[in-house]
Design a protein around this ligand. Sequence first.
Ligand code: SF4
Length: 188
Amino acid sequence: MTPNPEKKKLVVATTSLAGCFGCHMSFLDIDERILQLITHVEFNRSPIDDIKHINKPCDVGFVEGGCCNTENVHTLREFRKNCKILVSLGQCAITGGLPAMRNGIPMSDLFSEVYQNTNNPTLGNHLIPNDEEIPIILDRVYPCHEIVKVDAFLPGCPPNADLIWEALVRIIEGKSLDDLTYQYFKYD
Ligand code: SF4
């Protein structure tokens, strides 16, 4: 990455929706390159700095996980509204991933199996939780691009750190993400 002290830092936001934080762990796997990143990037809302809501326009938003409930949809829309470039990070964001294995199973069967037909003593009365504080679960798990427009996709479970790094460098240098080559995607 070519240092350019005159240039404004890239403002980056990240979030995990219906994901496992594995994609964020891969982000941190860029290892010592994170020191380079600090000179080019300012993080806004992200689990990395624990800022809870986007508080200024961002250049790029990385979203891990698809949408399984209303809170996920709200967060995703906040990212779309405030991020010039929105990136689906990892298979869960791109396809729904592992959480989407519930798609196709009737919701009533899912709730019965988890809360009612269970021997888990901590669930006590076997009632299905119902409180206005709890986000409403969606009928299925949606990939991000079915909810909002997504500009780029970084596949993998998780995407490897080199792919995330290369994407960041390209965005910082004002290049397109369309022609990321096979060497960054390969898993062999
Ligand atoms: Fe976790 Fe894989 Fe989904 Fe990323 S893509 S959130 S690593 S399960």
